[in-house]
Design a binder for this molecule. Structure first.
Ligand SMILES: Nc1nc2c(ncn2[C@@H]2O[C@H](COP(=O)(O)OP(=O)(O)O)[C@@H](O)[C@H]2O)c(=O)[nH]1
Ligand SMILES: [Mg+2]
Length: 444
């Protein structure tokens, strides 16, 4: 899960504020200290931590809350605003138009992988991408990109010996809308690499230069983004591997010094493990407000077109057995249920039974048979199915009775989840709910 520790630390801090009976100096200081601990564990620069703490304390203890807002609500809002600010404030722009993108970064940062992810991202949005294999430094680099291109059905240009020749040839031959140039890394940003990237820049004249950095750099991301910017000029940052490190918070915060914004984040090795970075949404999700928008994008990249309304319906529904089956289908298309659940308001804090999140393909088939052999009434009210009906259904569907019972169990659990989503448990009343509404982050 993305930023597991950081997220749960942050969530706890917000919960603690929500649970305060008195907001006084002592309480504010204790909670800010709590936040500091979370930030430091995530390798946030100590100076930045103390600046943020100061800002929060100043605002909450000195300023007056706006009209109609209690001090506690103001505290929560301040925490939220400051965290969003801290992690980048506004999202970067990613224009959907013809363009050339040059990817830069050190060895193993995730450049080539991100090339494929970006190609897919644009492709899903109706633009034709092309990949250019300008990494001649490592033997397998071009093969890796070609394989990615093949899987994504995106052309890969690699004709030529030297990076600049490959780039020139690609510029001549390609007709795609978005050309993504992979480049070679080094262990450090040395003269050699700087020269190569500068040369490539001159030939490609990219509209975007994306610096790719792994999240486990933590606060070192600051230095690296400054260096790359100075030498080659960057227009955006991609932070990869947020799925596998406790230091992601530090890395994201560190990029704030650079003028270039974090535009995408990588959350796994597969082409779909990729998101547009929006600090507001990111913080909302970390603290468990849910992320309808993110869910929509996920649906889009799986090729399912859904409106916001439909997505909400998908999450609500009257929830019959048929809805359940439909949801399972939809969710499977969206990728691992685990990730989808991450984006559902309130669901991330839910204790789910083991195995609930990875329903296997063959199980799905059996369930289909079972659901098919239910009567209309049973589908509408699966709760009424008793032991003797389980027996009959299992015969009708050609499955074991235990399998029917298992399906019923899953259905019940899913229904609980859906109820929670619908009700926005914990968000119905109180300051968190009001804030959620205010920020348009309510549970729908
Ligand atoms: N877990 C995880 N692994 C990633 C991510 N992005 C890239 N990787 C892996 O990191 C390794 C290096 O990636 P690669 O794209 O070859 O890096 P490059 O040298 O910069 O081109 C590969 O094993 C990738 O699968 C990510 O977001 N999450
Ligand atoms: Mg590479």
């Amino acid at each position: 899960m993305v930023l597991d520790k950081f997220g749960s630390g942050l969530k706890n801090t917000f919960r603690r504020v929500a649970g305060l009976s008195i907001v006084d100096k002592k309480a504010v200081e204790a909670i800010v200290q709590d936040l500091q601990r979370t930030l430091i564990q995530s390798d946030v620069d100590i100076g930045m931590v103390s600046e943020l703490s100061g800002n929060i304390k100043d605002k909450v203890l000195k300023a007056k809350p706006p009209k109609g807002m209690s001090l506690k609500e103001y505290f929560i809002k301040t925490l939220y605003d400051e965290m969003v600010n801290f992690l980048g404030r506004e999202p970067g722009e990613i224009p959907l138009k013809k363009q050339r993108i040059l990817m830069v970064g050190l060895f193993g940062s995730g450049k080539t992988t991100s090339c494929g992810k970006i190609a897919k991202w644009f492709k899903t949005r109706g633009l034709k991408p092309g990949l250019v294999a300008c990494d001649t430094h490592r033997a397998a680099a071009q093969t890796q990109l070609k394989q990615l291109g093949k899987n994504l059905e995106v052309p890969v240009y690699s004709e030529g010996k030297k990076p600049k020749d490959i780039a020139k040839n690609a510029l001549k031959k390609s007709r795609e809308d978005v050309l993504i140039f992979d480049s070679a890394g080094r262990d450090a940003l040395d003269k050699d690499l700087a020269k190569e990237l500068k040369n490539l820049g001159k030939i490609i004249k990219p509209q975007e230069v994306f610096l790719v950095m792994p999240a486990d750099l933590g606060q070192a991301a600051r230095k690296q983004s400054l260096e790359f910017n100075k030498l080659v000029g960057i227009t955006g940052i991609i932070v990869t591997k947020l799925d596998g490190t406790a230091k992601g918070g530090g890395a994201l915060a560190a990029t704030r010094v650079s003028k270039a914004k974090v535009k995408f984040i990588g959350t796994g090795e597969k082409p779909d493990d990729f998101e547009v970075y929006d600090p507001k949404r990111f913080v909302s999700r970390l603290i468990g407000y849910g992320d309808i928008q993110g869910l929509l994008e996920k649906a889009k990249s799986a090729g399912i077109e859904v409106s916001e309304e439909k997505a909400k319906d998908l999450l609500r529904g009257d929830f019959t057995m048929e809805d359940f089956q439909e949801q399972l289908k939809q969710m499977q298309k969206m990728g691992p249920l685990k990730k989808v659940m991450d984006m559902i308001p309130g669901a991330s804090g839910l204790k789910l039974p083991k195995g609930f999140l990875d329903v296997q393909e063959d199980k799905m088939k059996k369930w289909k048979h079972i659901i098919n052999s239910l009567t209309k009434q049973e589908r509408r009210e699966p709760e009424t199915i008793n032991a003797s009906r389980v027996k009959r259904i299992s015969k009708g569907a050609g499955v074991k009775e235990s399998e029917v019972r298992e399906l019923l169990k899953y259905y019940k659990q899913a229904k609980k989840v859906m109820k929670l989503v619908k009700g926005g448990k914990g968000l119905k009343r109180g300051p968190l709910a009001q804030l959620a509404k205010q920020f348009g982050m309510g549970a729908g």
